[in-house]
Design a protein around this ligand. Structure first.
Ligand code: ATP
Length: 434
């Protein structure tokens, strides 16, 4: 984990939020490479969940909603974590993080206050007057924007059950103890699907989505299967809205098994509550039976930031190459922030530089391509290995006469000579197959 944190900072994946002012606990900024990797994760999710399917549509809803939403959803009363204070060092902890009654900070034994419930929602005010009537919340999950738009989507998209509505967006939780780098943040992104089904068909669809989602991590993202597992939650761990839930967990090095994604059967809880609180008829008309029903909901809910961390940890390799340590991120090409790097062998030869720049310009519209001439070729290769670039294209003196370049593959370090005009096609083929 420490190596990943260092690499993230040094190579421009992740920076501490408001770092020049000492940071702020639980808030992180994504750098130039981080934003690319993060976008790739979100794009692959959206493709699998929305674009590749007939039965799911997308949505993008506001972060701040009418506070009645959170009354109806139960978050105002139920979205709490148990909290204790250490009487000796005065630090606060999530009660379920305290094992053996020993303070993780100062080591005092049995010095905790009784457990209190702490609501995780951030508060703010809407409009110029800061009184109770203007109180609002930053959403702690994106799901409620989907439930409140259930009828809008149903009416405009003419969907029949089963169908889903997907959303990617920021969520906010005032976590008592953020930490483990970007594993637990106070501002983070979620990728959520609310999949509406007929009551009675919910258990079957729940199983379907657990399997579907588990396979996605292995097939689409290329995560190592042995670091993934499915865990069914016991009753006492279920959220207030859930009838049953599974977690897809990742074996984080140095941390152990922890949740990447929760897949809950939310029943008809949310729609029923919104019907009750809003007085609106959020029903589905079942043409077969002529009845108005409230659909059940299966919800796969994944965290982008947590998954980002898992992708880096999973891809990170250190190896010895000719007595030197090589760090390489074996990211699946679809995830890699940069797909191709174009490197001139001699940065002081204008003809080589200009050919390399020309090649970069030609590749850029097709793949995220980076030009770099700021070090010797060995260093340039090492840099690209560290950020997971699948292919490097090197332009040398010979390229000026034979119109060929060297293509180096990240994982095997194999090099082949390729005519420049065949380069885009070759890279396209290699990146698609990988
Ligand atoms: P945990 O038990 O770790 O607090 P949770 O069960 O409260 O998580 P959910 O409400 O199921 O989490 O949220 C769905 C997903 O959102 C999680 O699987 C996780 O990937 C992500 N997530 C939740 N809270 C955070 C957080 N504070 N920071 C980063 N990601 C988070």
């Amino acid at each position: 984990m420490e190596q990943i944190v260092d690499l993230c900072k040094q190579r421009g994946f992740i920076f501490q939020g408001s770092e020049i002012y000492g940071g702020l606990g639980g808030f992180w900024d994504y750098g130039p490479l981080g934003v690319e990797l993060k976008n790739n994760i979100k794009r692959l999710w959206w493709k699998a969940i929305v674009h590749d399917r007939e039965d799911v549509v997308g949505l993008d809803t506001a972060i701040i909603m009418n506070p009645r939403v959170w009354e109806a959803s139960g978050h105002l009363t139920e979205f709490t974590d148990p909290m204790v204070d250490c009487k000796q060092c005065k630090r606060r902890f999530r009660a379920d993080d305290i094992k053996d009654q020993t303070c993780p900070s100062c080591g005092a034994i049995g010095q905790f206050t009784p457990v209190r419930r702490f609501n995780l929602m951030f508060k703010t005010f809407v409009g110029p007057v800061e009184d109770a009537s203007a109180l609002a919340y930053l959403r702690p999950e994106t799901a409620q924007g989907i439930f409140t738009n259930f009828k809008n989507v149903l009416n405009t998209m003419r969907k029949k059950l089963p169908f889903g509505i997907a959303q990617i967006g920021r969520s906010f939780r005032n976590e008592i103890t953020p930490g483990d780098f970007i594993f637990r943040d106070r501002e983070f992104e979620q990728m959520e699907l609310e999949y509406f089904v007929k009551p009675g068909e919910d258990e079957r669809w729940h199983k379907y989505w657990v399997e579907e989602r588990f396979n996605w991590y292995i097939q689409a993202l290329g995560l190592r299967a042995e670091r993934l597992r499915i865990r069914e939650l016991p009753k006492e761990e279920l959220a207030h809205y859930a009838k049953a839930a599974y977690e897809i967990e990742y074996d984080f090095p140095g941390k152990g098994w922890a949740e990447l994604e929760g897949i809950a059967n939310r029943t008809d809880y949310d729609l029923r509550r919104h019907i009750e609180f809003s007085g609106k008829e959020l029903f589905y008309f079942d043409e077969e039976t002529g009845e108005h029903i409230i659909p059940y909901v299966i919800e796969p809910s994944a965290g982008v930031d947590r998954l980002f961390l898992a992708c880096l940890l999973d891809a990170y390799h250190e190896e010895e190459v000719r007595d030197r340590r090589r760090v390489v991120l074996r990211l699946k090409p679809a995830l890699a922030p940069i797909k191709v790097a174009v490197l001139p062998l001699l940065a002081n030869r204008p003809e080589i530089v200009s050919l390399a720049r020309e090649i970069t310009a030609r590749l850029k519209p097709k793949f995220t391509t980076m030009y770099d001439d700021t070090a010797s070729i060995g260093r340039l290769y090492r840099r690209q290995d560290e950020i997971g670039t699948p292919y490097c294209v090197t332009v040398d003196v010979q390229s000026l006469t034979d119109h060929q370049v060297t293509v180096r593959e990240r994982d095997t370090m194999e090099q082949i000579r390729v005519p420049i005009d065949q380069l885009p096609r070759l890279l396209e083929e290699k990146l698609a197959l990988a």
